[in-house]
Design a protein around this ligand. Structure first.
Ligand code: ADP
Length: 483
Protein backbone atom coordinates (compact mmCIF):
# COMPACT_ATOMS: atom_id res chain seq x y z
CA UNK A 1 0.00 0.00 0.00
CA UNK A 2 1.43 3.39 -0.94
CA UNK A 3 1.23 6.30 1.42
CA UNK A 4 -1.31 8.04 -0.83
CA UNK A 5 -3.64 5.05 -0.50
CA UNK A 6 -2.89 4.82 3.19
CA UNK A 7 -3.58 8.47 3.94
CA UNK A 8 -6.38 10.63 2.70
CA UNK A 9 -4.55 13.73 3.93
CA UNK A 10 -1.11 15.28 3.74
CA UNK A 11 0.72 14.50 7.01
CA UNK A 12 3.35 17.14 6.17
CA UNK A 13 0.55 19.56 7.15
CA UNK A 14 0.07 17.76 10.44
CA UNK A 15 0.23 20.59 12.96
CA UNK A 16 -3.35 21.46 13.94
CA UNK A 17 -3.81 24.79 15.68
CA UNK A 18 -6.99 26.84 15.83
CA UNK A 19 -8.69 24.52 13.35
CA UNK A 20 -6.02 24.98 10.66
CA UNK A 21 -3.68 22.26 9.39
CA UNK A 22 -0.18 23.59 8.91
CA UNK A 23 3.42 22.66 8.19
CA UNK A 24 5.75 22.15 11.14
CA UNK A 25 8.35 24.85 11.72
CA UNK A 26 11.07 22.14 11.86
CA UNK A 27 10.13 20.60 8.50
CA UNK A 28 9.11 16.96 8.49
CA UNK A 29 10.16 13.66 10.03
CA UNK A 30 9.85 10.16 8.62
CA UNK A 31 7.54 7.47 9.96
CA UNK A 32 8.57 3.87 9.32
CA UNK A 33 6.70 0.59 9.07
CA UNK A 34 8.42 -1.55 11.74
CA UNK A 35 7.69 -4.71 9.73
CA UNK A 36 10.01 -3.79 6.85
CA UNK A 37 11.44 -0.39 7.85
CA UNK A 38 9.93 1.24 4.75
CA UNK A 39 9.19 4.96 5.15
CA UNK A 40 5.42 5.31 4.98
CA UNK A 41 5.02 9.05 5.52
CA UNK A 42 6.71 12.37 6.20
CA UNK A 43 4.97 14.17 9.02
CA UNK A 44 5.06 17.82 10.09
CA UNK A 45 7.75 18.31 12.70
CA UNK A 46 6.35 20.84 15.14
CA UNK A 47 8.68 22.91 17.29
CA UNK A 48 8.35 24.95 20.47
CA UNK A 49 6.74 27.88 18.61
CA UNK A 50 4.14 25.50 17.18
CA UNK A 51 3.64 24.29 20.74
CA UNK A 52 3.00 27.85 21.94
CA UNK A 53 0.66 28.58 19.01
CA UNK A 54 -1.32 25.50 20.03
CA UNK A 55 -1.70 26.83 23.58
CA UNK A 56 -2.71 30.27 22.21
CA UNK A 57 -5.54 28.58 20.33
CA UNK A 58 -6.53 26.28 23.20
CA UNK A 59 -6.60 29.15 25.70
CA UNK A 60 -8.81 31.26 23.39
CA UNK A 61 -11.19 28.36 22.74
CA UNK A 62 -11.45 27.46 26.43
CA UNK A 63 -13.52 30.54 27.24
CA UNK A 64 -16.39 29.41 25.03
CA UNK A 65 -15.95 25.61 25.16
CA UNK A 66 -16.28 25.55 28.96
CA UNK A 67 -19.60 27.39 28.64
CA UNK A 68 -20.87 25.22 25.77
CA UNK A 69 -23.84 23.20 27.07
CA UNK A 70 -22.83 19.69 28.16
CA UNK A 71 -25.29 18.20 25.69
CA UNK A 72 -23.59 19.99 22.79
CA UNK A 73 -20.15 18.80 23.94
CA UNK A 74 -21.56 15.33 24.35
CA UNK A 75 -22.91 15.28 20.81
CA UNK A 76 -19.53 16.15 19.30
CA UNK A 77 -18.06 13.16 21.16
CA UNK A 78 -20.91 10.92 20.10
CA UNK A 79 -20.37 11.89 16.44
CA UNK A 80 -16.65 11.18 16.84
CA UNK A 81 -17.56 7.70 18.12
CA UNK A 82 -19.72 7.09 15.05
CA UNK A 83 -17.08 8.43 12.65
CA UNK A 84 -14.43 6.17 14.17
CA UNK A 85 -16.67 3.20 13.37
CA UNK A 86 -17.31 4.49 9.87
CA UNK A 87 -13.53 4.66 9.31
CA UNK A 88 -12.61 1.66 11.44
CA UNK A 89 -10.87 -0.30 8.69
CA UNK A 90 -8.86 2.70 7.56
CA UNK A 91 -7.79 3.47 11.13
CA UNK A 92 -6.87 -0.18 11.77
CA UNK A 93 -4.72 -0.12 8.60
CA UNK A 94 -2.94 3.01 9.78
CA UNK A 95 -2.27 1.49 13.20
CA UNK A 96 -0.84 -1.72 11.73
CA UNK A 97 1.39 0.21 9.35
CA UNK A 98 2.95 2.61 11.82
CA UNK A 99 2.84 0.45 14.97
CA UNK A 100 3.18 -3.04 13.47
CA UNK A 101 0.51 -4.79 15.55
CA UNK A 102 -1.67 -7.43 13.89
CA UNK A 103 -4.81 -6.38 12.06
CA UNK A 104 -6.95 -8.20 14.65
CA UNK A 105 -5.24 -6.28 17.47
CA UNK A 106 -5.55 -3.01 15.53
CA UNK A 107 -9.27 -3.55 14.90
CA UNK A 108 -9.76 -4.29 18.58
CA UNK A 109 -7.89 -1.11 19.45
CA UNK A 110 -10.10 1.00 17.18
CA UNK A 111 -13.21 -0.40 18.86
CA UNK A 112 -11.74 0.21 22.32
CA UNK A 113 -10.57 3.71 21.37
CA UNK A 114 -13.98 4.66 19.96
CA UNK A 115 -15.65 3.54 23.19
CA UNK A 116 -13.97 6.39 25.07
CA UNK A 117 -15.83 8.84 22.86
CA UNK A 118 -19.11 7.05 23.53
CA UNK A 119 -18.51 6.63 27.27
CA UNK A 120 -17.53 10.25 27.81
CA UNK A 121 -20.33 11.48 25.55
CA UNK A 122 -22.56 9.80 28.12
CA UNK A 123 -20.61 11.15 31.13
CA UNK A 124 -20.44 14.71 29.76
CA UNK A 125 -24.09 15.31 30.61
CA UNK A 126 -23.70 13.99 34.18
CA UNK A 127 -21.20 16.38 35.72
CA UNK A 128 -22.55 15.74 39.22
CA UNK A 129 -22.34 18.02 42.22
CA UNK A 130 -23.58 18.25 45.78
CA UNK A 131 -25.66 20.39 48.07
CA UNK A 132 -25.57 20.38 51.84
CA UNK A 133 -25.99 22.36 55.02
CA UNK A 134 -23.09 23.38 57.22
CA UNK A 135 -23.30 21.34 60.47
CA UNK A 136 -23.12 24.50 62.58
CA UNK A 137 -25.92 26.08 60.55
CA UNK A 138 -25.86 29.47 58.92
CA UNK A 139 -24.60 28.27 55.54
CA UNK A 140 -25.46 26.07 52.64
CA UNK A 141 -22.71 24.42 50.59
CA UNK A 142 -22.96 23.87 46.83
CA UNK A 143 -20.24 21.69 45.31
CA UNK A 144 -19.48 21.86 41.59
CA UNK A 145 -16.80 20.53 39.26
CA UNK A 146 -15.23 23.00 36.87
CA UNK A 147 -12.94 22.20 33.95
CA UNK A 148 -9.31 22.52 35.00
CA UNK A 149 -8.32 24.49 31.88
CA UNK A 150 -6.01 23.89 28.92
CA UNK A 151 -4.77 20.30 29.12
CA UNK A 152 -1.49 19.04 27.64
CA UNK A 153 -1.75 15.43 26.50
CA UNK A 154 1.30 13.31 25.67
CA UNK A 155 0.78 9.82 24.31
CA UNK A 156 2.93 6.75 23.49
CA UNK A 157 3.19 4.60 20.36
CA UNK A 158 1.80 1.30 21.65
CA UNK A 159 -1.90 2.26 21.39
CA UNK A 160 -1.81 5.19 18.94
CA UNK A 161 -5.62 5.56 18.83
CA UNK A 162 -6.74 4.53 22.30
CA UNK A 163 -4.21 6.54 24.29
CA UNK A 164 -5.31 9.65 22.40
CA UNK A 165 -9.07 9.11 22.78
CA UNK A 166 -8.73 8.04 26.44
CA UNK A 167 -7.42 11.54 27.17
CA UNK A 168 -9.19 13.73 24.58
CA UNK A 169 -12.68 12.38 25.35
CA UNK A 170 -12.77 13.09 29.11
CA UNK A 171 -11.00 16.43 28.64
CA UNK A 172 -13.60 17.62 26.13
CA UNK A 173 -16.45 16.17 28.18
CA UNK A 174 -15.24 18.13 31.21
CA UNK A 175 -15.06 21.37 29.18
CA UNK A 176 -11.28 21.51 28.79
CA UNK A 177 -9.46 22.29 25.55
CA UNK A 178 -6.38 20.26 24.63
CA UNK A 179 -2.94 20.35 23.06
CA UNK A 180 -1.78 16.86 22.06
CA UNK A 181 1.65 15.51 21.20
CA UNK A 182 1.51 11.97 19.85
CA UNK A 183 4.59 9.72 19.85
CA UNK A 184 6.92 10.39 16.91
CA UNK A 185 6.83 6.67 16.00
CA UNK A 186 3.04 6.72 15.47
CA UNK A 187 1.65 10.20 14.72
CA UNK A 188 -0.57 9.23 11.76
CA UNK A 189 -3.35 7.60 13.76
CA UNK A 190 -3.60 10.61 16.11
CA UNK A 191 -3.82 12.92 13.10
CA UNK A 192 -6.58 10.77 11.62
CA UNK A 193 -8.48 10.86 14.94
CA UNK A 194 -8.06 14.66 15.09
CA UNK A 195 -9.46 14.94 11.57
CA UNK A 196 -12.51 12.95 12.65
CA UNK A 197 -12.99 15.27 15.63
CA UNK A 198 -12.95 18.26 13.28
CA UNK A 199 -15.50 16.49 11.07
CA UNK A 200 -17.56 15.75 14.19
CA UNK A 201 -17.86 19.49 14.76
CA UNK A 202 -15.27 20.24 17.39
CA UNK A 203 -14.87 24.05 17.36
CA UNK A 204 -11.56 25.62 16.26
CA UNK A 205 -8.89 25.57 18.96
CA UNK A 206 -10.59 22.98 21.16
CA UNK A 207 -8.33 20.20 19.88
CA UNK A 208 -4.80 21.11 18.79
CA UNK A 209 -2.12 18.64 17.74
CA UNK A 210 1.64 19.13 17.56
CA UNK A 211 3.46 16.08 16.22
CA UNK A 212 7.20 16.43 16.58
CA UNK A 213 10.57 14.92 17.30
CA UNK A 214 11.51 17.44 20.02
CA UNK A 215 9.33 15.80 22.68
CA UNK A 216 11.22 17.38 25.57
CA UNK A 217 11.07 20.86 24.00
CA UNK A 218 7.35 20.67 23.31
CA UNK A 219 6.54 19.29 26.77
CA UNK A 220 8.73 21.83 28.54
CA UNK A 221 7.11 24.67 26.59
CA UNK A 222 3.67 23.49 27.63
CA UNK A 223 4.52 22.93 31.28
CA UNK A 224 6.16 26.36 31.54
CA UNK A 225 3.12 28.12 30.02
CA UNK A 226 0.88 29.61 32.75
CA UNK A 227 -2.19 28.91 30.62
CA UNK A 228 -1.63 25.13 30.77
CA UNK A 229 -3.28 23.79 33.93
CA UNK A 230 -3.14 20.04 33.35
CA UNK A 231 -0.71 17.41 32.10
CA UNK A 232 -1.96 13.93 31.23
CA UNK A 233 0.85 11.60 30.21
CA UNK A 234 1.08 7.96 29.21
CA UNK A 235 4.54 6.49 28.76
CA UNK A 236 7.58 5.36 30.65
CA UNK A 237 8.12 5.94 34.37
CA UNK A 238 11.42 7.61 33.45
CA UNK A 239 9.76 10.33 31.36
CA UNK A 240 6.75 10.56 33.69
CA UNK A 241 9.07 11.38 36.55
CA UNK A 242 10.77 14.14 34.49
CA UNK A 243 7.38 15.64 33.65
CA UNK A 244 6.22 15.48 37.28
CA UNK A 245 9.30 17.43 38.33
CA UNK A 246 8.56 20.06 35.68
CA UNK A 247 4.88 20.13 36.65
CA UNK A 248 5.93 20.78 40.26
CA UNK A 249 7.43 24.16 39.31
CA UNK A 250 3.99 25.58 38.54
CA UNK A 251 1.99 23.04 40.59
CA UNK A 252 0.31 21.74 37.46
CA UNK A 253 -2.38 19.09 37.96
CA UNK A 254 -0.88 15.80 36.70
CA UNK A 255 -2.22 12.40 35.67
CA UNK A 256 0.39 9.77 34.92
CA UNK A 257 -0.08 6.35 33.34
CA UNK A 258 3.39 4.84 33.56
CA UNK A 259 5.09 1.49 33.31
CA UNK A 260 3.83 -1.83 34.62
CA UNK A 261 5.24 -5.19 35.64
CA UNK A 262 2.10 -7.32 35.75
CA UNK A 263 2.20 -10.61 37.66
CA UNK A 264 0.12 -13.45 36.21
CA UNK A 265 -0.71 -15.90 38.99
CA UNK A 266 -2.06 -19.39 38.34
CA UNK A 267 -3.29 -21.19 41.47
CA UNK A 268 -3.36 -24.97 41.95
CA UNK A 269 -7.16 -25.02 41.54
CA UNK A 270 -7.17 -22.93 38.32
CA UNK A 271 -8.90 -23.99 35.13
CA UNK A 272 -5.62 -24.43 33.27
CA UNK A 273 -7.14 -24.08 29.80
CA UNK A 274 -8.76 -20.79 30.81
CA UNK A 275 -5.45 -19.64 32.31
CA UNK A 276 -3.63 -20.45 29.07
CA UNK A 277 -6.25 -18.60 27.02
CA UNK A 278 -5.93 -15.62 29.38
CA UNK A 279 -2.14 -15.77 29.22
CA UNK A 280 -2.15 -15.70 25.42
CA UNK A 281 -4.14 -12.45 25.49
CA UNK A 282 -2.30 -10.89 28.44
CA UNK A 283 1.12 -11.75 27.04
CA UNK A 284 0.94 -11.61 23.26
CA UNK A 285 -1.67 -8.94 22.45
CA UNK A 286 0.24 -6.22 20.60
CA UNK A 287 3.34 -8.44 20.82
CA UNK A 288 3.50 -7.87 24.57
CA UNK A 289 4.02 -4.14 24.09
CA UNK A 290 1.35 -3.02 26.53
CA UNK A 291 1.80 -1.60 30.01
CA UNK A 292 -0.83 -4.13 31.13
CA UNK A 293 1.03 -7.07 29.53
CA UNK A 294 1.67 -10.07 31.77
CA UNK A 295 5.34 -9.67 32.57
CA UNK A 296 6.03 -12.48 35.07
CA UNK A 297 4.17 -15.75 35.42
CA UNK A 298 3.84 -17.41 38.84
CA UNK A 299 2.39 -20.88 38.37
CA UNK A 300 1.63 -23.28 41.23
CA UNK A 301 3.89 -26.34 41.16
CA UNK A 302 0.88 -28.73 40.94
CA UNK A 303 -0.26 -27.29 37.58
CA UNK A 304 3.09 -25.99 36.33
CA UNK A 305 3.81 -28.84 33.92
CA UNK A 306 0.35 -28.78 32.33
CA UNK A 307 0.29 -24.98 32.10
CA UNK A 308 3.73 -24.72 30.50
CA UNK A 309 3.00 -27.53 28.01
CA UNK A 310 -0.25 -25.90 26.90
CA UNK A 311 1.06 -22.32 26.90
CA UNK A 312 4.15 -23.50 25.01
CA UNK A 313 2.13 -25.33 22.36
CA UNK A 314 -0.09 -22.27 21.82
CA UNK A 315 3.00 -20.03 21.66
CA UNK A 316 4.66 -22.23 19.03
CA UNK A 317 1.51 -22.04 16.92
CA UNK A 318 1.55 -18.22 16.80
CA UNK A 319 2.28 -16.80 13.37
CA UNK A 320 4.79 -13.96 13.44
CA UNK A 321 5.11 -11.50 10.57
CA UNK A 322 3.69 -8.44 8.89
CA UNK A 323 0.06 -7.68 9.64
CA UNK A 324 -0.54 -7.39 5.88
CA UNK A 325 0.21 -11.13 5.67
CA UNK A 326 -2.36 -11.88 8.38
CA UNK A 327 0.21 -12.65 11.09
CA UNK A 328 -0.99 -12.87 14.70
CA UNK A 329 2.09 -11.20 16.18
CA UNK A 330 3.82 -8.28 14.49
CA UNK A 331 7.26 -6.75 14.87
CA UNK A 332 8.49 -4.81 17.88
CA UNK A 333 8.58 -1.04 17.52
CA UNK A 334 12.35 -0.68 17.09
CA UNK A 335 15.69 -2.41 16.65
CA UNK A 336 16.72 -1.40 20.17
CA UNK A 337 13.61 -3.10 21.61
CA UNK A 338 14.77 -6.35 19.96
CA UNK A 339 18.34 -5.90 21.27
CA UNK A 340 17.12 -5.33 24.83
CA UNK A 341 15.00 -8.50 24.77
CA UNK A 342 17.82 -10.59 23.29
CA UNK A 343 20.12 -9.43 26.04
CA UNK A 344 17.76 -10.00 28.95
CA UNK A 345 16.76 -13.47 27.71
CA UNK A 346 20.43 -14.44 27.27
CA UNK A 347 21.19 -13.26 30.82
CA UNK A 348 18.26 -15.24 32.21
CA UNK A 349 19.33 -18.40 30.40
CA UNK A 350 22.86 -17.91 31.70
CA UNK A 351 21.37 -17.70 35.22
CA UNK A 352 19.78 -21.15 34.84
CA UNK A 353 16.49 -20.63 32.99
CA UNK A 354 15.60 -22.59 29.85
CA UNK A 355 13.74 -21.66 26.66
CA UNK A 356 11.03 -24.32 26.61
CA UNK A 357 9.03 -23.11 23.60
CA UNK A 358 9.41 -20.60 20.83
CA UNK A 359 7.47 -19.51 17.73
CA UNK A 360 9.13 -19.43 14.31
CA UNK A 361 10.52 -16.12 13.05
CA UNK A 362 9.92 -14.70 9.56
CA UNK A 363 12.77 -13.53 7.39
CA UNK A 364 11.44 -10.05 6.69
CA UNK A 365 14.16 -7.71 7.92
CA UNK A 366 11.89 -5.91 10.38
CA UNK A 367 12.16 -5.65 14.16
CA UNK A 368 10.94 -9.16 14.94
CA UNK A 369 11.41 -11.19 18.11
CA UNK A 370 9.94 -14.70 18.47
CA UNK A 371 7.26 -15.33 21.12
CA UNK A 372 9.15 -17.27 23.76
CA UNK A 373 8.39 -19.22 26.96
CA UNK A 374 11.16 -19.32 29.59
CA UNK A 375 10.94 -21.89 32.40
CA UNK A 376 12.96 -22.59 35.57
CA UNK A 377 13.29 -18.85 36.08
CA UNK A 378 14.63 -18.11 39.59
CA UNK A 379 12.26 -15.95 41.64
CA UNK A 380 14.96 -13.31 42.06
CA UNK A 381 15.95 -13.16 38.36
CA UNK A 382 16.39 -9.57 37.04
CA UNK A 383 14.07 -10.35 34.09
CA UNK A 384 11.18 -10.25 36.61
CA UNK A 385 12.07 -6.76 37.78
CA UNK A 386 11.67 -4.88 34.52
CA UNK A 387 8.89 -4.32 32.06
CA UNK A 388 9.81 -6.50 29.06
CA UNK A 389 7.55 -4.86 26.48
CA UNK A 390 7.89 -7.88 24.22
CA UNK A 391 6.62 -11.42 23.63
CA UNK A 392 8.61 -13.26 26.32
CA UNK A 393 6.89 -15.21 29.12
CA UNK A 394 9.17 -16.01 32.08
CA UNK A 395 7.59 -18.67 34.32
CA UNK A 396 8.34 -19.14 38.04
CA UNK A 397 7.00 -22.06 40.16
CA UNK A 398 5.32 -21.27 43.47
CA UNK A 399 4.06 -23.36 46.40
CA UNK A 400 3.68 -21.05 49.36
CA UNK A 401 1.09 -18.27 49.23
CA UNK A 402 2.89 -15.93 51.64
CA UNK A 403 6.05 -16.20 49.56
CA UNK A 404 4.06 -15.65 46.36
CA UNK A 405 2.63 -12.42 47.76
CA UNK A 406 6.11 -11.21 48.71
CA UNK A 407 7.29 -11.85 45.14
CA UNK A 408 4.26 -10.17 43.59
CA UNK A 409 4.57 -7.06 45.76
CA UNK A 410 8.36 -6.75 45.58
CA UNK A 411 8.01 -4.68 42.40
CA UNK A 412 8.08 -0.88 42.43
CA UNK A 413 5.38 -1.07 39.73
CA UNK A 414 1.71 -1.76 40.35
CA UNK A 415 -0.48 -1.44 37.28
CA UNK A 416 -2.27 -4.60 36.10
CA UNK A 417 -2.22 -8.06 37.67
CA UNK A 418 -3.94 -11.35 36.91
CA UNK A 419 -5.02 -14.31 39.01
CA UNK A 420 -6.60 -17.60 37.98
CA UNK A 421 -8.43 -19.81 40.50
CA UNK A 422 -11.74 -21.69 40.40
CA UNK A 423 -12.37 -20.41 43.94
CA UNK A 424 -13.59 -16.87 43.33
CA UNK A 425 -13.25 -15.86 46.96
CA UNK A 426 -9.64 -17.02 47.01
CA UNK A 427 -8.92 -15.18 43.75
CA UNK A 428 -10.45 -11.99 45.16
CA UNK A 429 -8.53 -12.35 48.41
CA UNK A 430 -5.28 -12.70 46.45
CA UNK A 431 -6.20 -9.83 44.14
CA UNK A 432 -6.94 -7.53 47.06
CA UNK A 433 -3.51 -8.36 48.50
CA UNK A 434 -1.72 -7.40 45.27
CA UNK A 435 -0.19 -3.92 45.08
CA UNK A 436 -1.90 -3.17 41.77
CA UNK A 437 -4.44 -0.72 40.41
CA UNK A 438 -6.17 -3.44 38.37
CA UNK A 439 -6.75 -7.16 38.89
CA UNK A 440 -7.99 -9.46 36.14
CA UNK A 441 -9.69 -12.47 37.74
CA UNK A 442 -9.88 -15.50 35.47
CA UNK A 443 -9.36 -13.24 32.46
CA UNK A 444 -6.37 -11.80 30.67
CA UNK A 445 -7.79 -8.40 29.81
CA UNK A 446 -8.58 -5.59 32.23
CA UNK A 447 -9.05 -2.54 29.99
CA UNK A 448 -12.59 -1.20 29.81
CA UNK A 449 -13.66 2.43 29.26
CA UNK A 450 -16.21 2.13 32.06
CA UNK A 451 -13.59 1.02 34.62
CA UNK A 452 -10.91 3.19 36.26
CA UNK A 453 -7.61 2.35 34.55
CA UNK A 454 -4.46 3.20 36.47
CA UNK A 455 -1.72 2.09 38.77
CA UNK A 456 -0.18 2.39 42.21
CA UNK A 457 3.47 2.95 43.22
CA UNK A 458 5.62 4.02 40.26
CA UNK A 459 2.94 2.94 37.77
CA UNK A 460 1.35 6.32 38.06
CA UNK A 461 -1.10 8.79 39.52
CA UNK A 462 -4.77 9.14 38.72
CA UNK A 463 -7.20 7.07 36.69
CA UNK A 464 -8.49 7.07 33.12
CA UNK A 465 -11.92 5.92 32.00
CA UNK A 466 -14.96 5.54 34.26
CA UNK A 467 -16.38 8.50 36.20
CA UNK A 468 -12.93 9.06 37.67
CA UNK A 469 -11.49 9.77 34.22
CA UNK A 470 -13.73 12.83 33.95
CA UNK A 471 -12.75 14.03 37.43
CA UNK A 472 -9.08 14.10 36.37
CA UNK A 473 -9.97 17.05 34.12
CA UNK A 474 -12.03 18.95 36.68
CA UNK A 475 -11.42 20.79 39.90
CA UNK A 476 -13.88 20.86 42.73
CA UNK A 477 -15.25 24.22 43.79
CA UNK A 478 -17.74 24.92 46.50
CA UNK A 479 -19.93 27.92 47.04
CA UNK A 480 -20.65 28.65 50.68
CA UNK A 481 -23.90 30.55 50.90
CA UNK A 482 -25.02 32.51 53.94
CA UNK A 483 -28.36 31.13 55.11
P1 ADP B 1 7.89 4.64 25.46
O1 ADP B 1 8.90 3.81 26.17
O2 ADP B 1 6.51 4.11 25.43
O3 ADP B 1 8.37 5.15 24.13
P2 ADP B 1 8.30 7.29 26.45
O4 ADP B 1 8.02 7.72 27.85
O5 ADP B 1 9.69 7.36 25.96
O6 ADP B 1 7.71 5.84 26.41
O7 ADP B 1 7.39 8.08 25.42
C1 ADP B 1 6.04 8.40 25.67
C2 ADP B 1 5.76 9.78 25.12
O8 ADP B 1 6.60 10.72 25.79
C3 ADP B 1 6.05 9.95 23.63
O9 ADP B 1 5.08 10.83 23.09
C4 ADP B 1 7.42 10.58 23.64
O10 ADP B 1 7.65 11.34 22.47
C5 ADP B 1 7.32 11.48 24.85
N1 ADP B 1 8.60 11.85 25.45
C6 ADP B 1 9.79 11.22 25.38
N2 ADP B 1 10.74 11.88 26.08
C7 ADP B 1 10.15 12.99 26.60
C8 ADP B 1 10.58 14.07 27.44
N3 ADP B 1 11.82 14.18 27.88
N4 ADP B 1 9.67 15.01 27.78
C9 ADP B 1 8.40 14.90 27.35
N5 ADP B 1 7.92 13.92 26.58
C10 ADP B 1 8.79 12.97 26.20
Amino acid sequence: MTSTQLLSFDPALGVLTDGRWQAGRSGTFAVEDPADRAVIAHVADGDVDDATAAVDAAARAFDSWRLTPPRARSEVLRRAFELMHRDAEHLADLITRENGKSLADARAEVGYAAEFFRWFAEEAVRPGGDYGSAPAGGARTVVTHRPVGVAALITPWNFPAAMATRKIAPALAAGCTVVLKPAAETPLTALAVARLLVEAGVPDGVVNVVPGTDAAGIATTWLADPRVRKISFTGSTRVGSILLKQAADRVVNASMELGGNAPFVVADDADVDAAVAGAMVAKFRGGGQACTAANRFYVHADVHEEFVAKLGAATERLTVGASSDGAEVGPLISASAVDTLEQVVAETVAAGARISHRAALPDLGGHFYPPTVLVDVPADAPILEHELFGPVAPVVRWRDEAELLRWVNASEMGLASYVFSRDLQRAMRLGEAFDAGMVGINRGLVSDPSAPFGGVKQSGLGREGAREGLREFTETQYLSIAW
